[in-house]
Write a protein that binds this ligand. Sequence first.
Ligand code: PEP
Ligand code: MN
Length: 279
Amino acid sequence: MIPYKLAVRKDSSTIIQISCQGRLCLIGEGNLTVIAGPCAVESEESILINAALVKKMGAHILRGGAYKPRTSPYSFPGLGEEGLKYLALAKRETGLPVVTEVLDVRDIEKVMEVADLLQVGSRNMQNFPLLQELGRLKVPVVLKRGFAATVEEWLLAAEYIMSGGNHQVILCERGIRTFESSTRNTVDLGVVPLIKELSHLPIIVDPSHGTGRWQMVRPIAKAAIAAGADGIMIEVHHNPREALSDGDQSLNPQNFARLMTEVGRIAEMEGKRGVSCKL
Ligand code: PEP
Ligand code: MN
């Protein structure tokens, strides 16, 4: 018996609609969605620069963490509420919908004031109280795969959100931990067609955390779309060397522009609408 009753494949695939400042953004079947932006919101100036540049290059959704799940308590933890304020500014200036991570149930309300989509990070994929809270909301959730989670555990995490009544879940493959240590994680691209077979939910791929190396981000982004992913999440920074987190895996503006051009071509070959936001 398949344990995930709501996430299980049905005839039609789910398309998630996000409307932001009069624009409609579609995630799922037939659309290519590019989520891009810095790992973290670092300052007002930096999020505004990065938001403007990813918009100019055709991204559909802005990313940026205000609450960062850092492995070390001594690393930059994000700007918290101040970061949310800057994200709101960036959203107003660009008109881009925003996705940002919610780390703690106590922050949900604050994050919801700004975010159009809430991100559950890899480390929280099995934070069941958080998933249950998100299940009570009417907001799309980007559910990252736990770095040691099986596909079944991942779909059951989605089921936690869906069984509360919130069916707007987007799965995000971001690499898993294996014996291989030459990349930050091992991107499981096979999971893309597998999820398409097992579930009706949209799936996107994050090659930034998946590889940990900016040099690998563009090729893996293209491979993800060719494998059938509905979108990609890409870390972009106007000056990766100065980034407060994940600079090694962040694309500079020039490399992001190149990625957008090449990914657009693959999406076209796959019959996807390259631009999923309609005016
Ligand atoms: C992120 O996207 O900012 C992030 C921390 O990713 P993950 O949860 O996949 O490590
Ligand atoms: Mn990051």
